[in-house]
Structures are given as structure tokens and as C-alpha cells.
Design a protein around this ligand. Sequence first.
Ligand code: GUN
Length: 284
Amino acid sequence: MATIISGKELSLQIRGEIAEKAKQFEEQNGRLPGLAVIIVGENPASKVYVRNKHRACGECGMYSEVIELPEQTPEEELLAVIDELNGRSEIDGILVQLPLPRHIKESVVINRISPEKDVDVFHPVNVGRLTTGNYTLAPCTPAGVVEMLVRSGVEIKGKKCVVVGRSNIVGKPLALLLLEKNGTVTVCHSRTADLKAECLEADILVAAIGKPKFITADMVKPGAVVVDVGINRNEEGKLCGDVDYENVEPLCSYITPVPGGVGPMTITMLMKNTLLAAEERAKG
Ligand code: GUN
């Protein structure tokens, strides 16, 4: 029987800690840490995510602003909104919800956000800082994964960590964070020659593929720690991860559920980044 790492419970605890620090920040600076979230268009999943981010700001005692722009908004107009937010002193974090409509170039938009306010940690300057280990802000989903491990008492140092998935948002930055914690890291992907053999080596196995039940019991070493970053819908429309939870759970020492695992931690790390960005900016 595995210990289930509840991202929901951990988030509650961490959001309480962040709220405490946000209060201290307000006492010292006469204002709350502030996050601006921009959403372009009507993507239903994006709307839910943005609402959750807005709510989390409330829970953490932070100021938040949601800017809703129509689907047809020209790229130039979105860039002008970002410029305005870059210049506003009460805004510490700026997040542009992805995906963007097809006529808007994602990289142009990301590059326009001031790196100091880039709480997603997508800007190339921040990716560079992360790569060299010289950073304050860590990308939200990977940071959430590491936080779950650390707070559950899972040692990363010297452990064989296998990350399945090489996306810019999860796989690649997570590999860097695990390296930073002195894990021995392998990144696997769709062209990996023998995925099963790689996964069977893992002390800590992270699934970030985006395919339901992709990680099966025969791919997991008994006693391994399994972290599921996937958010998929199964045939019945139910939320499920990338791990065949039912069959994998009895094998491992620790496992994260979906929902209630990495998901809530991602938003909690966004709150943490907003606070950190505020503190950095207040230092000047
Ligand atoms: N869409 C899905 N995940 C993310 C994320 O982490 N950040 C942003 N900005 N958009 C997303």
C-alpha cells in the first residue's frame, strides 16, 4: 500500500503559509502582492483554470486582476496590455493563459512579459536562470512536484529520477529542478528506445505524457515513488492521470492522485511565485 501524497491537503497548508507572508508583505509595503491574469478567447478549460487562479489569490490574501480579451484581439493589442501591466507598480506577476488563438504568436507574447513579473517562468531569461541554477522563480508545475516530494520526506539526492515527457512546461524544467536537488535524472520521450526498461530503473518516476493509463504496473519498480502530472479525460469524461493508478498504486511507496495531486500544487506554486516576485521587486 502506497502513501498517497495529497496535493489538495499540502496546498491548503502552503496557501496558509503564503497568506501569512502576504500579510507581512502588506505591513511592510502598504500593499498586497498582485497578480494579473490575461485570458484571450473562450476556451472552456482555460476559463476554469483562470477562475481557480483568481480564487487562489483570494485564499492567499493577494490582489488579483483578470483581464478578459475577445478571441479576435490583435497581437499588438495584447502586447499593449502586457506593456501596461509591466509598468504598473502594484502588479507583481503577469500570466497569459495558454493556449492563445492561432493568430497570436506565443513566443512573442511570452518574450514581452518583464522577466521580473514572469510568474509562469516561461521567459527565455528565466529559463536561462533556471538552467544555470541562479533563480528565484521556479516554474509552477515542476516546482509543485518537487515541493510534494520534499514535504512528504522523499529524498531526491542520489536517487534515479525518470521523467517521462520533455515539454517546455513540465518535463524539461522538472529535469533541471530534480538535478538541482542532486537527483540522477533521465528524460524519456516518444523516441526513447526502451521506455519500459528506463522506467523500471526509476526510484522516482514522473509521468508527464498526456495519455491516460500510459504508465502501467509492469513499468514500475516495486517501492518506487510515482508522480502523475497528467490531466486527461477517460472514455466516461472523468478526470484521470497518465498512470494506471489502480494497478500501480499497490506497487509503490508513494503516489500522487489525479485529481487532487499535482494540479492544486501548480496553482499554489503560482501564488508562491507571485509573493516571491513581490518581495524581489520590493527589495529593488
Ligand atoms: N495553460 C496550461 N498550463 C498553463 C500554465 O502553466 N501557464 C499558462 N500561462 N497557461 C497554461
